[in-house]
Design a protein around this ligand. Structure first.
Ligand SMILES: [Zn+2]
Length: 250
């Protein structure tokens, strides 16, 4: 028997009465847990519904092909983020966060920071502690940073200049350039960054979790930041996220 703390990212019905849940855990990364009778039973209902954070006791079984399967034995609710479920826009944003994590899923240890990121994001979403569109930007850029895609933002990739009135982030090679060193061509796909935007992007990539959610941005810069973080996701993940389209349609 194994005990993990996990956040439910997705529920799927299996047959008439059972279900499986995709869960992010610090200990095992993202895993699927099968819950016998999970559609009907009230025993684990509250602690295995979408966007709940729970203590899960699970049995591990090895299949003939060497895969590990997980079966729920018992569970205990730790946090339910109740306000997210009551608000359609919050639900849509949480679903987008889940879809991004599931897209990048790996079953491995060392998921502590992604776990912290999603739990913090849901806490801030649940309690209206950050503007939703800004929270979305923070998550969109910090998630890839936590899974090995953090770009080098220290300075210009050619001359190492730390800042300039105008810098360029090129999405094709994920590098930062100063205005003098940047060579544009007709295929360039770039974000032009002034000092404020660059400062904000660096802050999201590098600041400690304790500080990450404590900043504000004007509407004008929020639009620029959104363009940057959505482009970063689009170029690095190369996938369309239906939950993002839905969130933006509300
Ligand atoms: Zn340069």
């Amino acid at each position: 028997m194994l005990t993990v703390r996990g956040l439910i990212l997705k529920e799927k019905n299996i047959g008439e009465i059972s279900k499986s849940v995709s869960v992010i855990t610090a200990e095992r990364g993202v895993i699927d847990i099968f819950i016998r009778g999970g559609q009907k039973s009230v025993k684990n209902a509250a602690s295995t519904q979408l966007f709940t954070y729970s203590k899960l006791c699970i049995d591990e079984k090895r299949t003939a092909s060497g895969q590990t399967e997980y079966y729920l034995n018992s569970s205990e609710l730790l946090s339910s983020f109740p306000n997210i479920r009551l608000d359609i826009k919050k639900t849509a944003l949480a679903a987008y966060f889940s879809e991004l994590i599931l897209y990048t899923r790996t079953e491995e240890a060392g998921y502590h920071d992604v776990m912290r990121l999603i739990l913090n994001s849901l806490y801030f979403l649940d309690n209206d502690k950050m503007k939703m569109d800004l929270l979305k930007c923070v998550f969109e850029f910090r998630l890839p940073c936590e899974i090995g895609l953090r770009p080098d933002l220290v300075g210009c990739a050619v001359c190492y200049k730390y800042k300039d009135d105008k810098m360029h982030f090129d999405f094709r090679d994920n590098k930062l350039y100063c205005d003098e060193c940047y060579m544009t061509d007709e295929n360039s796909i770039q974000a032009v960054m002034d000092k404020t935007l660059l400062y904000t992007v660096r802050f999201i990539a590098l600041s400690e979790f304790e500080k990450l959610f404590y900043f504000r941005l004007s509407e004008r810069y929020l639009r620029k930041l959104t363009e940057f973080t959505e482009s970063f996701i689009a170029f690095n993940f190369k996938s369309r996220f239906r939950t993002l389209e839905y969130y933006k349609s509300i």
